[in-house]
Design a protein around this ligand. Structure first.
Ligand code: ADP
Ligand code: MG
Length: 319
């Protein structure tokens, strides 16, 4: 069976040309570029909580890094370096090779280099720290929205939540719709290019990991503004539009989580530039509402202008 050091050498040691020193010493050595701030984020994935025993290790390698890249994107930061702390129940080389393959495939696409980590025996857990760079003063913070901003959403939310509901037996997905939803859950695509392009365009941003309303709520809290949203304006992904259980579909769109889309706010005079950016990147960008002075709460209205309160999901404080 492979030793800890053989595992590190064989599976987790790759050239890291943008670091002064990568894997192999007590610390990695990094030199941020002039005029850049470091953006640092950590996300942990635990078996039983964030994924299930038996989940595809290559997809796990992808997702563990993707969720961190999504945080960098939400700050407007360009990915640079990552560390990987991993607890493995056993030295199952087939599993580790597949995990590393999924990890390095997405790392290569987004030009982020693995520069260190920790490897230990234990219940399966994966903790990644990602480091990016963002020009001083251009980070997309949660606390920078102003009343009167447009509220924008990239892509559409809900399909990952629908996949979770499917796995829980709350809904039965079939065919292409099922594959799409499961892919949204297991191989999320972080909006890295979009986040970078929003520097200087958006005022504030967050990525949707816990649900559209919950994560928008973090911007509102931090910025001290409210928001008015129209349910009719919130985009419906195909599987959401096709879902016969309308209450579940709405719950997934608004509170599903695991979407890894970006919510951002921007002044109205930026609309044309933002739309052009979306076209160029081939990402649908939708104005779903506006920020307003007042309590840091989102009010969601139906087509008749009536405030909607969600039947499930504990969001009745939006009523
Ligand atoms: P130390 O005991 O000094 O903390 P380790 O023996 O834990 O160092 O690790 C040796 C080297 O391998 C270090 O550079 C560490 O960052 C790196 N490393 C350990 N585990 C991983 C991993 N899963 N992925 C990438 N690098 C790793
Ligand atoms: Mg040491």
């Amino acid at each position: 069976m492979a030793s800890e050091f053989e595992i590190i050498r064989k599976y987790f040691t790759r050239p890291a040309p943008s670091a002064v020193l990568g894997v192999g010493d007590d610390c990695a050595l990094l030199q941020p570029r002039l005029g850049m701030l470091l953006a640092v984020t950590t996300d942990m994935l635990l078996e039983g909580r964030h994924f299930l025993a038996g989940d595809d290790p290559a997809k796990l390698g992808h997702k563990a890094l993707a969720v961190n890249l999504s945080d960098l994107a939400a700050m407007g930061a360009d990915p640079r370096w990552a560390t990987l702390a991993i607890a493995l129940p056993e030295a199952d080389e087939k599993w580790i090779a597949a995990f590393a393959e999924g990890f390095f495939r997405i790392a290569g696409r987004f030009e982020i280099e693995l520069i260190g980590g920790d490897t230990t025996r234990g219940p399966l857990a994966i903790c990644i720290t990602a480091i990016g760079e963002v020009p001083t003063n251009l980070a997309l913070r949660r606390d920078a929205a102003l009343a009167g901003d447009d509220v924008w959403l990239s892509g559409a939310t809900g399909e990952a939540g629908l996949a979770v509901a499917h796995r829980q037996g709350r809904v039965k997905l079939e065919g292409a719709g099922r594959e799409t939803c499961l892919a949204r859950l297991h191989v999320p695509e972080p909006r890295v290019e979009l986040g970078g392009r929003l520097r200087g365009l958006a005022r504030s941003a967050i990525d949707v990991s816990d649900g559209l309303l919950a994560d928008l709520g973090h911007i509102l809290e931090a910025s001290g503004v409210g928001a008015e949203l129209a349910w009719e304006d919130i985009p419906r992904a195909p599987a959401i539009a096709a879902c016969a259980d309308r209450a579940l579909a709405q719950e997934c769109v608004l509170a599903g989580g695991d979407d890894y889309e970006l919510i951002f706010t921007a002044p109205p005079f930026r609309r044309a530039e933002i739309q052009a950016t979306g076209k160029e990147l081939d990402i649908v960008l939708t104005r779903i509402g506006v920020t307003v002075p007042g309590k840091p709460e989102a009010v969601l209205r139906d087509a008749a202008g009536k405030a909607i309160s969600l039947a499930r999901g504990g969001f009745d404080h939006f009523a």
